[in-house]
Design a binder for this molecule. Structure first.
Ligand SMILES: C[S@@+](CC[C@H](N)C(=O)[O-])C[C@H]1O[C@@H](n2cnc3c(N)ncnc32)[C@H](O)[C@@H]1O
Length: 342
């Protein structure tokens, strides 16, 4: 799931940031060997292939691949030699935390996408990420982080200091002690609090639970942070598609958890209630409010189709009087006064 999400997102990301006319940088902070034991491609190869396709079109885009394990690094060097020779990939044998100053130097001047995928939580101490987020141009920086809740939970007793540093505080202790909450609710609450750390630096944060084949509990959560709504809406569709595919592909029945199903009736109610609250608005505003709240649950197209249907049914009115509208067309629950004919 995670490699699919990464691969699907990088193409529209580069398409968007190439407009800045600066080299695009993808930093794979915990790169791994490049190729898994079962010969499937790891993140470095997935990233390099995408970068190669852009470089062929004359768009400068490079990948920086960091790993601190000697054996793994050796493999990585071998596996991405082809891309290194072409000037698309740079490798660093280092601990991610220790090369933060160099990372900042590169990321300061370029649109940068960070992929942070450690095995557990070591390496994710928030102050290092914070150092980066404080310095780089956040309007063109985006981050995809693998947050492993199971490891976090396991490490509370074994390595309490590490957990405190990763979580940037001990707020999780109160939540874990709360007897009124189920384990599931605790996980959700802690995850939201953890995402709040990213919200200090980025306007939009969404996440996707990642499961193993036959398990229903999240193995870990992929957290995505961006300051652009365009990034969030793209990731909303990509993570949603990959997540729903997991529960449907190759299965006899759709096993998607009910609270994650695309229930268009419920979306209709939510949209109408919101419009009642905010008055005259447009589709973009509605999506900016509802996509972060119902992240992954609906496709962007669901909002568009629903609003067009509501206009056709005369439950919602558009300023242009047409049901085919764009994101900026004013819409309202009450009729717009007729413009006097010229
Ligand atoms: C989960 S694997 C990465 C898998 C890779 N992202 C992929 O999809 O193919 C994590 C990697 O991080 C490396 N690693 C662990 N701690 C590190 C650190 N502090 N700095 C850099 N790399 C680290 C490990 O050696 C391991 O290869």
């Amino acid at each position: 799931m995670k490699d699919k999400i990464l691969g699907c997102y990088l193409v529209p990301y580069i398409n968007k940031v190439k407009q800045f006319k600066k080299a695009v940088v993808i930093i794979d902070g915990f790169a791994g060997c490049g190729i898994y034991g079962d010969k499937s491609e790891g993140s470095p190869i997935i990233i390099c292939k995408i970068l190669e396709s852009y470089n062929k079109k004359g768009i400068k885009a490079i990948g920086i691949f960091i790993d601190s394990d000697p054996g793994c690094f050796k493999e990585l060097e071998k596996n991405i030699k082809y891309f290194k020779d072409k000037g698309i990939a740079i490798t660093e044998f280092a601990d991610f935390r220790e090369i933060v100053p160099e990372i900042i130097k590169v990321a300061e001047n370029s649109p940068t996408f960070f992929y942070i995928d450690p095995f557990g939580i070591a390496g994710l101490e928030f102050r290092h990420l914070e150092n980066i987020f404080e310095k780089v141009n956040r309007s063109s920086t985006e981050v995809l982080v693998n947050f492993n809740y199971r490891v976090f939970y396991r490490e509370i007793k074994a390595h309490p200091e590490l957990v405190r540093d990763v979580m940037d505080g001990e707020y999780y202790k109160e939540i874990l002690k709360d007897k009124t909450l189920s384990n599931d609710q605790k996980e959700k609450k802690i995850l939201e609090k953890y995402k709040d750390l990213y919200r200090k630096y980025f306007n939009f944060v969404g996440s996707c639970p990642v499961m193993y084949k036959d398990e229903q509990d999240a193995k870990y959560h992929l957290i995505f942070a961006t300051s652009h709504f365009d990034g969030l809406r793209l990731m909303n569709d990509i993570m949603g598609n990959v997540y729903r595919e997991f529960y449907t592909k190759g299965r006899l029945f759709d096993t998607t958890p009910p609270e994650k199903r695309r229930d268009l009736k419920s979306l209709r109610e939510t949209v109408i209630n919101l419009m009642r609250e905010i008055g005259i608005t447009n589709r973009e505003n509605i999506k900016k409010i509802l996509v972060p709240k119902s992240f992954m649950r609906y496709k962007e197209g669901d909002y568009n189709t629903l609003i067009s249907k509501l206009i056709k049914a005369r439950k919602v009115y558009s300023k242009t009087g047409r049901s085919r509208i764009n994101d900026q067309t004013p819409i309202s629950l009450t009729k717009f006064p007729q413009e006097p004919k010229k």
